[in-house]
Design a protein around this ligand. Structure first.
Ligand code: CO
Length: 297
């Protein structure tokens, strides 16, 4: 009980003392290093080497937009980092990457979420970014920039780009397009259902289904059967065409989407490209980055 009271007292002192201290330390920082804000690109990560093309493309676009800026990467997936470490590739977690930047004296950082939706991972980096910004003697500012599907307009733009640039041009009328979202237990899973509604309004044969959330693939499959559709283009609604795209979507295992469609007489054509391989999609992430960078001035 006494310990708890002491903790509360300590927090109260912090709350009172922080605003008094921050003004002075900010001025000191600016004079001390004069470094530009750094950009930390934060993604789930991938262990599929060929999926790296997507990351290389993002980095190139970000470098073009922000020359002479320190750009770093961090992977949120512990599993992917562990797997890569075994191959000798060391990737930082967002927290380690922030600690390094802080240690090297960068006064400001923008963390750009390269996730699709503001789900669990986005909220984790948001919370930890804010906590880093409160550390004494560290950053003056940490901005956490939104993922791709963060608002209504971004959803519309993403679907427009998918329809115009990613759906293969050989698609004939009456053939379906099924976008594979990841899906999540997080409430932001609802974004995929919103996207499904928009896709259906745009094109009655365009669907959104997810691996781990809603809409479920079986619902979409049932609809294709009901409509008598014989061919479907499968497209990952993911940053990279990694393990889910290669195996759960396009794999030869009996439980892949391709196999499950084959079982009901629907031929599928998988598109094995991540969204980040398409510049107009990268531009949408860049718009979010620009907004966050502008807040830094
Ligand atoms: Co997954």
């Amino acid at each position: 009980m006494l310990k708890r009271t002491r903790q509360i007292l300590f927090l109260l002192i912090l709350v009172v003392a922080l605003p008094l201290a921050s003004g002075a330390s900010e001025a000191k920082h600016a004079a001390k290093d004069g470094k530009k804000p750094a950009i930390l690109l934060v993604t789930f990560g991938t262990s599929v080497a060929s999926a790296q093309t997507a990351f290389a493309n993002i980095e190139q676009q970000v470098r073009k937009a922000y020359p002479d800026t320190e750009i770093r990467w961090a992977y949120t997936s512990k599993m992917i980092r562990k797997k890569l470490a075994k191959e000798g590739k060391i990737l930082d977690s967002p927290e380690i990457a922030l600690a390094r930047l802080m240690d090297e004296g960068y006064p400001k950082v923008v963390m750009q979420s390269l996730h699709m939706i503001p789900g669990q991972e986005f909220h984790e980096i948001y919370t930890n970014g804010k906590l880093f910004s409160q550390m004494s003697g560290g950053f003056e500012q940490v901005q956490v920039s939104l993922p791709l599907l963060a608002n209504d307009a971004a959803m519309d733009k993403t679907l427009d780009i998918v329809a115009a640039r990613i759906v293969p041009t050989e698609r004939q009328p009456g053939e379906a397009v099924v976008l594979m979202g990841h899906g999540t237990h997080h409430p932001s899973d609802a974004i995929y259902s919103a996207l499904m509604l928009k896709a259906q309004k745009m094109d009655a044969n365009m669907y959104v289904a997810t691996v781990e959330g809603a809409p479920a693939f079986d619902e979409v499959k049932a609809d294709l059967v009901k409509k008598g559709i014989k061919k479907a283009y499968l497209i990952p609604l993911m940053t990279v065409a990694g393990d889910h795209a290669r195996n759960d979507m396009a794999g030869d295992e009996p439980d892949s989407w391709k196999s499950r469609l084959k079982q009901v007489g629907v031929e599928s054509v998988p598109v094995l490209k991540g969204l980040a391989e398409f510049d107009p999609i990268v531009d949408l992430w860049l718009e979010n980055l620009q907004t966050a960078m502008a807040r830094m001035q």
